[in-house]
Ligand binder design. Structure first.
Ligand SMILES: Cc1ncc(COP(=O)(O)O)c(C=O)c1O
Length: 363
């Protein structure tokens, strides 16, 4: 080994993304247009037309750097969430917000708390700054807020809390989350990661942006990648009070969010019709998949996101058979769930194609 890199960097296991359609087509000599990809919790409706138009208009200005401050998008978000624009950090995906929080707040050797079976990027962001992960055992595959509280040590600087959680789809209700945040010591920052918030049923929704007003140590992270259909553009945001937002912004690349993404996000944020369709198509697809799993006698975790975790036993073999049938789903062995697969919800045709392939794979 000639290159001198920190041991904590050498120990990082790179993120395993869902298999791209083009890669499967190359490897198995399949026709791209027939492949069904339900592996990355993307929006099966594609991107909103409103966002496409906004991007076309913004394309004229691509020789210039983007607005480093994201003025228009922050103004739109400030109105939507009723917070000052100074409380908003824009990110290259909400993934960026998670990493910025770790970079701004945690020194090598200090601790970061998150739950077992929670989003893989928490481990990566922790390791990248040489911090120590405190992984709190899950309760019924979901977050256990009391155990997470008890796990906080004097040198803990950050807690990641995914709600709903990926890959399990579990959700902790408003009261329990509010109690949790209030009980976290004020010098420990909580990142409440709500990438799938827009898929929650109306009766479960709560406006966590309001909690930011009460808690100077809270960052709410949201994304345009899921219900807004803009995953390929990479845009998300964090809401936090001014002091915390200022710290996070000190470690941000000046132009971390490109101009097309900013323009598209403004349009998508105002496109309530698209958002409603995303929600409805997802709910119908989720119910279809969950009913099918019941019929097939397969255990699954009732989901609050745009994906569902199902127990198929020899998951690696089933995954492989599905690939051969042109269906890409997500194995979750790297999440400590070797018998499960995570299925992103598709449009009806995709869901049916997956279920048909699954029945064959299990026969
Ligand atoms: C829980 C959770 N948080 C954050 C993200 C990051 O999404 P993005 O960087 O596309 O905003 C994901 C993506 O799958 C996720 O599942």
């Amino acid at each position: 080994m000639t290159i001198n890199a920190p041991d904590y960097v050498r120990r990082i296991a790179p993120y395993q993304a869902g298999k791209p359609i083009s890669e499967l087509a190359r490897e198995y000599a399949l026709v791209e247009s027939r492949i069904v990809k339900l592996a990355s919790n993307e929006n099966p409706l594609g991107m909103p037309d409103s966002a496409r138009e906004a991007m076309l208009a913004a394309a004229d200005d691509l020789a210039r750097y983007p607005d480093s401050n994201g003025f228009e998008l922050k103004a739109a978000l400030a109105r939507r969430y009723e917070v000052p624009a100074e409380w908003i950090t824009l990110g290259n995906g909400s993934n960026d917000i998670l990493e910025l929080a770790a970079h701004a707040l945690v020194q090598p050797g200090q601790a970061v708390v998150y739950a077992q079976h929670s989003f893989a990027v928490y481990a990566l962001a922790t390791q990248a700054v040489g911090a120590r992960a405190i992984v709190v055992p899950a309760r019924e595959l979901g977050h256990d807020p009391d155990a997470m509280l008890a796990a906080i040590t004097p040198d803990t600087r950050l807690v990641f809390f995914a709600n709903p959680n990926n890959p399990t789809g579990t959700f902790v209700g408003a009261e329990a989350v509010a109690r949790f945040i209030a009980a976290v010591p004020p010098d420990v920052v909580v990142v409440l990661d709500e990438a799938y918030n827009e898929y929650l049923r109306p009766e479960l929704r709560f406006e966590s942006a309001k909690w930011v007003r009460q808690h100077p140590n809270l960052i709410v992270a949201r994304t345009f990648s899921k219900a807004y259909g803009l995953a390929g553009l990479r845009i998300g945001f964090g809401l936090a009070q001014a002091e915390l937002t200022d710290l996070v912004n000190r470690v941000r690349q000046p132009f971390n969010v490109n101009s097309l993404a900013q323009a598209a996000a403004v349009a998508a944020l105002g496109d309530t019709a698209f958002l409603r369709r995303s929600y409805e198509v997802n709910l119908q697809g989720l119910e279809l998949l969950q009913r099918a799993f019941e019929r097939m006698g397969l255990p699954y975790v009732p989901s609050h996101g745009n994906f569902v975790l199902v127990k198929v036993g020899a998951a690696a073999a089933v995954y492989e058979k599905l690939l051969r049938a042109g269906v890409i789903v997500r194995p979750v062995g790297n999440y400590g769930l070797p018998e499960w697969l995570r299925i992103s919800v598709g449009v009806p045709q995709e869901n049916e194609a997956f279920l048909a392939a699954l029945e064959k794979a299990l026969a």
